[in-house]
Design a protein around this ligand. Structure first.
Ligand SMILES: [Zn+2]
Length: 159
């Protein structure tokens, strides 16, 4: 996967947690503007930690993902936000309730074994394999200009 971290400190390390958790099943190349996954600081909604929009072709292939971090994403109200959004951007299109990183609020920040296994399985398919989005996405799908997208919004944790 190609990633443009927008020079956000430590973002590469946050992505590489997925490489390590999956035993290298998913790897990242950090490049500039032409990357498939883009991480940006945004002004958007100050009451959320981040928003990730994952785009698909009509056939169901992920084409790109845009991660927007809010100004509070680096505060204690937001847990491992970049790593959580990275999980969505590489194909974890839902949330867990196992207390780990992919819980809606980032849980304890740890990538659980079940989640790592799911990503490892996803990336064991040959490149270009179409995964039916409707089978994996739990968010609501939107269609724009021939591309489907699903948006994940991460709320801050409740004090
Ligand atoms: Zn999420």
């Amino acid at each position: 996967m190609t990633v443009d971290t927008g020079r956000i400190p430590n973002a590469e390390a946050d992505f590489n947690r997925w490489r390590d958790a999956t035993g290298g099943a998913v790897t990242f190349v950090f490049i500039g503007d032409t990357a498939g996954i883009k991480v940006r600081l945004g002004e958007a909604d100050p009451d959320i930690c981040a928003q990730t929009v994952v785009f698909f072709t009509a056939a169901g292939g992920i084409t790109r993902a845009d991660i927007t971090l809010s100004p509070i994403s680096g505060t204690p109200a937001c847990v491992d936000t970049i790593a959580h959004e990275a999980g969505h951007s590489i194909g974890f299109l839902g949330h867990t309730s196992d207390g780990g990183l992919m819980d809606p609020d980032g849980g304890n920040g740890q990538i659980t074994g079940q989640v790592a296994d799911m990503i490892r399985t996803l990336y064991s398919n040959p490149p270009g394999t179409i995964v039916k989005v409707s089978q994996v996405a739990k968010g609501s799908l939107t269609t724009r200009g021939g591309l489907q997208s699903v948006t994940f919004v991460t709320p801050p944790r409740r004090p």
